[in-house]
Design a protein around this ligand. Structure first.
Ligand code: PEP
Length: 261
């Protein structure tokens, strides 16, 4: 039996607060037709509070794209877990490859952020994934294993069930090059095995594993049909209501059809 899919939209550094409100109003209307998908949107910090007001009484959840690992303090330019909660966030994306690449975040810092998010009951969507050079050197499994061990595998057994993991091959993000469903499934089943070995099969089977990297309406079904792909983290295609709504509908149909057969 497949898990209820989770589709999360990462809006990156796009949309002013008023543009975000317009987009979310359309999405909110589209979400009424969806009952079997968990939907999360992650606008920029400056739009969170206004989007949260629009989402009141809506099944769409709000998430942020980053967070610092201290509860408060002299950390100019950073955002705390309490600030996210105050803005209505239930989720936070941590360790996105753009944070790793441009802001030099490493797995030790990401782990601290994951622990802090959990302490404040915010669900972390923790990203892992290899670069093109690492895949070409056939190091992709080793890279993801190390990222997993340092950012996730150091969590206690009681904390791990609250985590979502996103496999995002860096070479597929924003490039239009999606991993094939088989490439994605291979890595997802590897991550599932890492979870089973580190924690237990019961725990491993419960953790949602999202795929991210140029997910579009026309490739959602083939990805979501794979047994270990439980959802998607969507960048570019989440910036337009029509394409994000189509991805959600594809995920819902694939889930309903798969669980009937
Ligand atoms: C992302 O930003 O996490 C992402 C997967 O982007 P895109 O869908 O544009 O590749």
């Amino acid at each position: 039996m497949k898990k209820r899919p989770l589709i999360a939209g990462n809006w990156k550094m796009y949309k002013t607060a008023s543009e975000a409100v317009t987009l979310v109003q359309t999405l909110k209307a589209a979400a009424h037709a969806v009952s079997n998908v968990t939907i999360v949107i992650c606008p920029p910090f400056t739009a969170l509070s206004e989007v949260s007001r629009v989402l009141k009484d809506s099944p769409i959840h709000l998430g942020a794209q980053n967070m610092y690992c201290a509860p408060e303090g002299a950390f100019t330019g950073e955002i705390s877990p309490m600030m996210l909660k105050d803005s209505g966030c239930r989720y936070v994306i941590l360790g996105h490859s753009e944070r790793r690449q441009y802001f030099k975040e490493d797995d030790i810092l990401i782990h601290e952020k994951v622990k802090t998010a959990l302490k404040y009951s915010i669900i972390p969507i923790v990203c892992v994934g290899e670069t093109l050079a690492e895949r070409e050197a056939k190091k992709h499994f080793d890279v993801v294993k190390a990222q997993f061990a340092d950012s996730i595998g150091r969590l206690e057994k009681e904390d791990i069930p609250k985590v979502v993991i996103a496999y995002e091959p860096v070479w597929a993000i924003g490039t239009g090059k999606t991993a094939t469903p088989d490439q994605a499934e291979q890595m997802h089943s590897y991550i599932r095995r890492l979870l089973n070995e580190r924690y237990s099969q019961e725990v491993g089977s419960r953790i949602p594993l999202l795929y991210g990297g140029s997910v579009k309406p026309d490739n959602t079904k083939s990805l979501m049909e794979k047994p270990n792909i439980d959802g998607a983290l969507v960048g570019g295609a989440s910036l337009k209501a029509e394409s994000f709504a189509q991805i959600i509908q594809e995920a819902q149909q694939t889930y309903e059809t798969g669980n009937k057969s």
